[in-house]
Design a protein around this ligand. Structure first.
Ligand SMILES: *Cc1c(COP(=O)(O)O)cnc(C)c1O
Length: 350
């Protein structure tokens, strides 16, 4: 791999408190081109602008996918990745769905580790912050015929971040718009899914909500996800989350929460969740906690859900499952405790 380093770092130990999530980028990026049916040698070079023509394929047809992951700094100053092979595998699944070439493991995983190592001073030190890593790929041929691109560009950029949600998360159940449909692209991490979600999310924000709960496309009756997080409900002392399908993104945090919950002896079930059932559980006092799970937010307690004007509120529980799972997860991610699952990967320094 070709490596060109910056002459001087831009890092000034910036206080991230006032920065918008993902708006500051580390010194370097990894970039690789797919031309003539093959990936060319990847390169690590200073973060900077790309040149493009107006006919760039992705601007017209949106063959674009991405991943979101984090590097954490332990007290001992180890730099840790969390289940990175899962992001690699999901990336290639997204690529297949969007008719894009798969990326080789060395380029994604070894490239990533190399890049993180080079920019390791950008991994923040505070207890809840991390270096957010964004691998992505887009179509880069220059033609506007509506066929898949011949050329692609794979890039990894990185951004030091704090926790995503700082205040309350009040959500509204969306009953008009749909994030994903059966047979669609909901299970792929593709740019267009996000583009389609911004308008309904903006309407919800204008009504004072931080996020939406997406429901099924047909009846708007079954729970799918909350914004860009998978969603969990605690009814009595059981946890519930919708099962994976082609309308739900298979979150790595979701999978980790399920494994952690089982490890902690909690009952957790993946089953279809009907809104009427949730309302009844709320009315009877059995629905005690709701939380979202995703890389950016980690685990976010949901304060209230508005379903058709019915507002369900969730006070912090003394024996909160979401607090327990969040602590357990972060303890593993920041290497504050044992990792019985073998999830963390240390980035070895050169
Ligand atoms: C990325 C994403 C998630 C969370 O996935 P993680 O692997 O846990 O970060 C959930 N839902 C959607 C729609 C997503 O794009």
């Amino acid at each position: 791999m070709k490596i060109e380093k910056v002459e001087q770092t831009r890092w000034n130990g910036e206080d991230l408190k006032d920065a918008t999530f993902g708006s500051i980028f580390s010194d370097h990026m990894l970039i690789a081109h797919y031309n003539d049916g093959a990936w060319q040698e990847a390169e690590i070079k200073p973060y900077g602008a790309l040149q493009m023509f107006p006919s760039l394929h992705t601007l017209h047809y949106g063959q674009a996918i991405f991943e979101g992951m984090k590097a954490f700094r332990s007290k001992e100053d180890d730099i840790l990745l969390f289940r990175p092979e899962q992001n690699f595998q999901r990336f290639n699944k997204s690529a297949t769905r969007m008719c894009m070439p798969e990326v080789p493991e060395e380029m994604f995983l070894d490239g990533l580790k190399k890049l993180v190592d080079i920019d390791k001073q950008w991994v923040p030190t505070s207890e809840t912050s991390a270096l957010y890593i964004r691998p992505f790929m887009f179509s880069s041929s220059n033609f506007i015929k509506a066929i898949p691109s011949d050329d692609y560009i794979f890039i990894i950029i990185m951004s030091p971040v704090q926790a995503y949600y700082t205040g309350e998360v009040n959500v509204k159940v969306e009953r008009n718009y749909t994030r994903a449909v059966t047979g669609g692209t909901g299970a792929a991490k593709t740019a267009g899914n996000y583009a389609a979600s911004f308008f309904p999310a903006k309407l919800a924000q204008q009504q004072g909500f931080q996020q939406l709960i997406w429901t099924d496309a047909k009846e708007h009756r079954y729970i799918e996800e909350s914004g860009t997080m998978n969603i969990f409900f605690r009814i009595g002392d059981e946890l519930l989350t919708p099962p994976l399908s082609d309308t739900i993104l298979a979150g790595i945090t979701r999978n980790s929460v399920i494994q952690l919950a089982k490890h902690k002896g909690l009952t957790i079930r993946e089953e279809v969740i009907d809104l009427e059932q949730l309302c009844a559980a709320y009315d009877s006092g059995a629905l005690k906690e709701v939380f979202g799970a995703g890389t950016a937010a980690t685990i976010a307690h949901v304060s209230s859900i508005d379903y058709n004007g019915k507002v369900m509120r969730f006070e912090n529980q003394e024996d909160s499952f979401s607090d327990l799972l969040k602590t357990e997860l972060q303890n593993i991610q920041y290497k504050r405790s044992e990792d019985p699952f073998g999830w963390t990967v240390i980035v070895e320094s050169e």
